[in-house]
Ligand binder design. Structure first.
Ligand SMILES: [Zn+2]
Length: 229
């Protein structure tokens, strides 16, 4: 693609904020959109000796990204590889780190993890519907949703400033098909909604019915928190 075309594509797909720039795109027979991209400002420092390496080549890493125009998106990220020439360094070749785009071994981009949690928790979409939108397996979405929800809410200071708590009970199927359903209680910070300063924020997701979960959860908080909510 030429430069103005890339800029338009990056603006539509919000790829710059993801840390990549689009170089090409295609649609396959299964109606999935393939987006080819390069890493913006790759880190050339060797993870062992911290010296800048020499560009060697690029290897494609394929990641599922958020849907575009209602179709699943596969992002083909050309990850640069470098050669380390430091004489006493044991590493010869290394990849540019792309943790800001996707974690090691992840099959979806970091922003897709957030998208999955938002669709399930905020929009109350089923795991199956989210999986169909992304073009990935139900089990993958279910694992990402539970892991991401825990990682998003447990950042140490996530209860600071909470004065108004929202409680929502969801039916959450752990097994596809005819399996048992169980309940998940979602705790949401509504302080910013009441104050008119921002959207609701996910605080916690705990297995079980809301009445019991809320009682146990509040009992585990300190008195200062209980007094102000
Ligand atoms: Zn090195």
């Amino acid at each position: 693609m030429n430069e103005p075309t890339c800029l338009i594509a990056d603006t539509i797909c919000r790829t710059v904020e993801l840390g990549v720039t689009i170089t090409g795109a295609a649609v396959d027979a299964e109606d999935r959109t393939h987006i080819f991209c390069e890493v913006l400002d790759p880190d050339r420092r060797c993870p062992d000796c911290n010296m800048a390496g020499q560009p060697r080549d690029r290897v494609a890493r394929v990641l599922t990204d958020t849907p575009a125009a209602g179709h699943p998106v596969l992002l083909h990220v050309a990850v640069p590889r470098f050669v380390c020439h430091t004489s006493d360094c044991s590493r010869s070749v290394f990849h540019a780190r792309i943790d800001h785009i996707a974690r090691a071994r992840a099959v979806v981009t970091n922003r897709t993890k957030r998208w999955i949690v938002q669709r399930i928790v905020v929009d109350k979409m089923s795991v199956a519907a989210v999986a169909a939108n992304l073009g990935i397996a139900w089990r993958t979405v279910n694992t990402i949703a539970t892991d991401a929800a825990r990682a998003l809410v447990y950042n140490g200071d996530h209860l600071d400033g909470v004065r108004c708590l929202g409680v929502d009970e969801h039916k959450w199927k752990h097994v596809r098909g005819q399996g048992d359903s169980s309940f998940v209680t979602v705790l949401i910070d509504l302080t910013t909604v009441i104050d008119g300063t921002g959207p609701a924020r996910l605080l916690d997701m705990i297995g079980g019915r809301s009445k019991h979960v809320l009682k146990t959860w509040m009992a585990a908080r300190d008195q200062q928190f209980r007094d102000r909510t």
